[in-house]
Design a protein around this ligand. Structure first.
Ligand code: SF4
Length: 292
C-alpha cells in the first residue's frame, strides 16, 4: 500500500474504502514503507509519547525557568488555580491549557520535547493527548494509535503547505499542531475519518493569518501562550466535528489556503522578529535586555 500524503481527503477516502480508521491505514502503510512490523512502529511512537509525558511533568515543576528568564512557572500557576475549582470552561479544558504551557515552557528551558510538528508548537499535541488520557481513560495504545492520525495530518500539511513559522507564520506551526491534535481527538472517540478531516478544516479556518512574531527571536513570547491557544482550538474543532458539523470548505482547500495566506504574509511576520509583538516597545525593550 502506498499513500502520497498530498491530500487529506484522499487519505480519509482510502480509510473509508478499506473500512479502516485513518490510524489503522497509516500504521499499516508506514510499517510497510519503513520495513518494520506494526508493533515496532507503535513501540517507536510510544517512546515519543513517553517523552511528551515526561516533558509535561517536568514543565509543571516548581522553579522551572527558561535560559532567558522570559518564561517558566505559568503552567504550574494555572494548574494550581485549576485545583482550586475555578474553571470557567471546566476542569478538562483548563488542564489542557496548563499542560500545553508546561511542555512549551520545558522546551524553552532546554528540556527534551517531541517536535509536533515543531519545537515552537510542541505543547499542543501532548496536552491534547495526555488530557484525553487522564480524563477519559484512554490506554497508551489508543493514544499511540491516535497519534498516527495526527501524523497523517502533519505529513499532508508538510507536503502541500508547510509547518514552520518561518515559512508560513504561526498559522502553519501552531495551526498545524492544533489540526493534528483535533484529528487525533476525533480518532480517539472513534468519530470516523470524515470527522477527523472536518476537525482539521475547522481548525485551519480559525487560525488563518496568525503571524509568527517571537520577541527577541526566542521561541517563548508569545509562543508559550500560543500553545495554550492551540490546544483550546483543537478541543473546539474536535468537539464541533464530532457533533457532525462539517466544514463548508473542503479540508485540502483550507490547508492550501493556509499556505497561500502564508506566502502573501510579510517576511516581518515570519519568525524574523521584525514585526508583530516583537516590535512593540516592550518587545524591543526585552530584546535589548536579552540580546544587548
Ligand atoms: S510565534 Fe513563531 S516561533 Fe512562536 S510558536 Fe508561533 S510560529 Fe513558532
Amino acid at each position: 500500500m502506498q499513500i502520497k500524503y498530498n491530500s487529506l481527503s484522499a487519505v480519509a477516502d482510502l480509510a473509508i474504502e478499506n473500512n479502516m480508521s485513518i490510524s489503522e491505514l497509516v500504521i499499516k502503510e508506514q510499517a510497510e514503507s519503513m520495513g518494520l512490523s506494526e508493533a515496532e512502529i507503535k513501540a517507536k511512537m510510544l517512546e515519543r509519547y513517553n517523552i511528551m509525558k515526561r516533558a509535561k511533568e517536568e514543565g509543571l515543576k516548581e522553579g522551572l525557568v527558561s535560559v532567558s528568564g522570559l518564561t517558566g512557572g505559568d503552567a504550574l500557576k494555572l494548574y494550581k488555580y485549576r485545583e482550586k475549582g475555578v474553571n470557567i470552561c471546566g476542569g478538562i479544558f483548563t488542564k489542557g491549557l496548563s499542560y500545553a504551557l508546561a511542555v512549551n515552557e520545558y522546551n524553552a528551558a532546554m528540556g527534551k520535547i517531541v517536535a509536533t510538528p515543531t519545537a515552537g508548537s510542541c505543547g499542543i499535541l501532548p496536552a491534547a493527548m495526555i488530557t484525553m488520557q487522564e480524563e477519559h481513560g484512554f490506554s497508551d495504545e489508543e493514544i499511540v494509535e491516535a497519534m498516527f492520525t495526527a501524523s497523517a495530518v502533519g505529513m499532508v500539511v508538510a507536503t502541500i503547505a508547510n509547518v514552520s513559522g518561518a515559512e508560513g507564520g504561526c498559522q502553519a506551526e501552531c495551526g498545524s499542531a492544533s489540526a493534528m491534535s483535533a484529528a487525533a481527538i476525533c480518532e480517539l472517540f472513534k468519530a470516523g475519518p470524515k470527522a477527523c478531516i472536518n476537525a482539521v478544516a475547522i481548525t485551519f479556518k480559525n487560525v488563518l493569518g496568525l503571524v509568527c512574531d517571537p520577541v527577541a527571536g526566542l521561541v517563548e513570547v508569545p509562543c508559550v501562550k500560543r500553545n495554550a491557544s492551540g490546544v483550546a482550538t483543537a478541543f473546539m474543532a474536535a468537539q464541533l466535528a464530532m457533533s457532525g458539523i462539517e466544514s463548508k470548505i473542503p479540508v485540502d482547500e483550507t490547508i492550501l489556503t493556509m499556505k497561500r495566506v502564508g506566502d502573501t504574509m510579510s517576511t516581518s511576520l515570519k519568525e524574523t522578529a521584525e514585526g508583530g509583538l516583537a516590535v512593540t516597545p516592550c518587545g524591543c525593550a526585552i530584546s535589548k535586555r536579552i540580546l544587548g
